[in-house]
Design a protein around this ligand. Sequence first.
Ligand SMILES: Cc1cc2nc3c(=O)[nH]c(=O)nc-3n(C[C@H](O)[C@H](O)[C@H](O)COP(=O)(O)O)c2cc1C
Length: 330
Amino acid sequence: MTASPAGPEWAAAMRALAAQCGRAPSAHNTQPWQLRYEDSGVGVYWDPMRALPVSDPTGRDLFLGLGAYLETCLVVAAGAGLGADVVVDVDRAARRVAWLVPAAEPYATRFTANDVASRRSARGPYAAGPLPDDVLDEAAALVEDAGGIRHLPARALAPLLARADRWMFAAPEVTAELREWLRLRPSHPRYAQDGLTDRALGLSRAEAAGLEMMLRPRVYGTFRRAGLPAALAASSRGLLRGEGTALVLVGPAAAGPAELVALGRALMRSWLALAVRGLATHPLSQILDCPATAAELAAMLDLAAHERAVAVFRTGRPLIEPPRSARRGG
Ligand SMILES: Cc1cc2nc3c(=O)[nH]c(=O)nc-3n(C[C@H](O)[C@H](O)[C@H](O)COP(=O)(O)O)c2cc1C
């Protein structure tokens, strides 16, 4: 395939790549992007039913995910020899984030469609040991046009994660929204389409059945004040033991949608660089969602008033091969 300057062939060529582009990551695997193919370009919009208004009221993860999606599209198009560029054009009323437009040259990237396909979130145990300095330097270099990367021992986040998980499971609306996106048994009608499956979460059949039961509105409603949030939070207790590394993407404190899109593109580049080395990522966004733990993290990292952590994730070599996550359209 060759780069065509514009017009219907370019849009058709982009359409043919949609499934590969759709391997981009998104919070709760909602895949919020919606595409409108026009001769002048592809409008990238978001579906309000796939935003997370309760757990992501500011749209932080929405715009990071859309940024990751746009970066993924450029990498996939480049792999097909197709020139493409991103023009960010946020219109909240129209729910548009950007245009993908034809470009004379394919996007300059060292990542491939294969890297996109092999990247994984992994929520199970990771091999012990910190990330080597050259990997940290590489991740930092890949985000520097949008923000910075800080690192800390994953272990240091353990108390924050426990507190953030308890906060999350104590909030009925947040838990209800999470429940909407959980697919805890293979018979769920959207199991292969979107959301978080039992397999993606690394749960055994018994654990998945237990979680499903505890999150049932009547059970949750009855036991919410009787220790259920702490019991639910306990499942992630062991994750941050050991000597692993957590990375934090830091951007401007006042980052609006356009800056978050740039940060999402940067995040995707760093995740691809880690994937190339066989490393997976496990975002722990609840630490940023919970105001108390977000403030604690900012203090731990000594962030300046003009800085804000926008993504936090542990990373490492997964000891259990993570499953391929579900996608709409297969
Ligand atoms: C902005 C953003 C925030 C995310 N936050 C979390 C999180 O807090 N916890 C988690 O387990 N996964 C989180 N994820 C990972 C997604 O759930 C994951 O990308 C999605 O389920 C698809 O799986 P994959 O990354 O293996 O393709 C996040 C992803 C993005 C892009």
